[in-house]
Write a protein that binds this ligand. Structure first.
Ligand code: PLP
Length: 399
């Protein structure tokens, strides 16, 4: 008889976004005439940039022609895309070999699947609040997880603890708090990891939202990071690929860790083996589209889209400021993390906004215990909806 992986039974049953969907649907059934505005889930609303569409159309035509048709591609991604990714890193003064870049279908799958190359007995350090995928995937694997408190006192950015952790997830710009790590803060973590032989899993899915040139967009801008860090990045939020699916993971060839018997092994070769065995690559058409993102025209178009979202962030932040509501993020990050006013709990505030002004956000408690009393709004809505939502918020919460 096959037994199940009982670790799955320890996962929280009601996933945050299904509970939100349930409450919104109950409200809609009772109030069919009310126009709901969603500033909750972090999905984008702007379509793919024109140059991406053009590249994908051209690639589609290639697939229709026997001479240019492509079957299975390299599991790690086509060189034409990896070359543009490596050029993108050169702009951050980071040099990468093409075989250090692994193209994939998402930072979500990669941040979860990376656990395959690590021992089950590693201790995992995760910030609280956090993007839930890091916790759930490690719970599925049965690993011990230690939480690092992120709160107002530490600016929602934890310093390395005085105990050892083996695998450390860091996300900057952060989902959900919108905090961004500085170079000195990241250097502390890199030093901690190199000293303890830990590995940092650095989620840079929102790097494109950083406009402050002093802030690191890649962990490899930090000295020593190529000896201790794996970086995840994605075209999802940078260029509207949430439904198209393309991302990449960097595993430096200098990153080595030991077996229990002390033999040094390259994590790059392990990840390559894992991907070649369990993954068959991102569609050719999608990789052609992703390549266009880092072209001159692509950079121009994505910059405009990001500026549009960041203007939404400003509209939300300005409203909160005028209402005297404490908030974090919204600069160099598309998330605004606000402190629920009037002593509301996270879910209490969710219900208050939904029932009174039909605006949907995300309760902070869904991201961890330190999220209780906080609420996440996103800048990914349309301008019209963002303005309308902030007007309703100002009317409800203004004196
Ligand atoms: N990492 C973080 C921190 C995210 O917030 C998200 C999506 O919301 C992802 C990864 C998922 O990225 P992808 O669409 O590439 O799977």
């Amino acid at each position: 008889m096959a037994n199940i992986n009982e670790n799955y039974l320890s996962l929280k049953q009601s996933y945050l976004f299904s509970e939100i969907a349930k409450r919104v649907s109950t409200f809609t059934v009772a109030n069919p005439d009310k126009k709901i505005i969603r500033l909750g889930i972090g999905d984008v609303t702007k379509p793919l940039p024109n140059c991406v569409i053009t590249a994908m159309h051209k690639a589609t035509d290639e697939m229709a022609n026997e001479k240019t048709f492509k079957g299975y591609g390299p599991e790690q991604g086509y060189d034409f895309l990896k070359e543009t990714i490596s050029e993108h890193y050169k702009e951050k003064n980071v040099n990468l070999d093409l075989d250090e870049i692994f193209v994939s279908d998402g930072a979500k799958s990669d941040t979860g699947n990376i656990g395959d190359i690590f021992d089950k007995d590693n201790i995992v350090l995760v910030t609280d609040p956090v993007y839930p995928v890091y916790i759930d995937t490690n719970m599925m694997a049965g690993r011990q997880i230690k939480l690092l408190d992120c709160n107002e006192q530490n600016g929602f950015t934890p310093a390395p603890p005085n105990f050892k952790g083996d695998i450390i997830y860091l996300c900057s710009p952060n989902n959900p708090t919108g905090s961004v790590m500085t170079k000195p803060q990241l250097q502390e973590w890199v030093d901690y990891a190199n000293k303890n032989g830990s590995v940092i899993l650095f989620d840079a899915a929102y790097e494109a939202f950083i406009s402050d040139e002093n802030l690191p967009k890649s962990i490899y801008e930090i000295e020593g990071a190529k000896n201790c860090a794996i970086e995840f990045c994605s075209f999802s939020k940078t260029a509207g690929f949430t439904g198209t699916r393309c991302a990449y993971t960097i595993v430096p060839k200098t990153l080595m860790r030991k077996t229990k018997l002390g033999e040094n092994i390259s994590l790059n070769s392990l990840w390559n083996r894992r991907q070649a065995t369990k993954f068959n690559g991102v569609p050719y058409i999608v990789q052609r589209g992703a390549t266009a993102v880092y072209s001159q025209q692509g950079k121009k178009e994505t910059k405009e889209i990001i500026a549009y979202y960041m203007q939404n962030a400003k509209i939300i932040s300005d409203t909160l400021k005028s209402l005297g509501i404490t908030y974090f993020g919204g600069v160099n990050a598309p998330y605004i993390w606000l402190k629920c006013p009037q002593g509301f709990s996270s879910w209490g505030f969710f219900d208050y906004l939904l029932n009174n002004i039909y605006v949907v956000g995300t309760p902070g408690s869904g991201f961890g215990k330190n999220g209780e009393g906080y609420f996440r709004l996103t800048a990914f809505g349309s301008r019209e909806n963002t303005i309308e939502a902030t007007k309703r918020i100002a009317k409800l919460l203004g004196k």
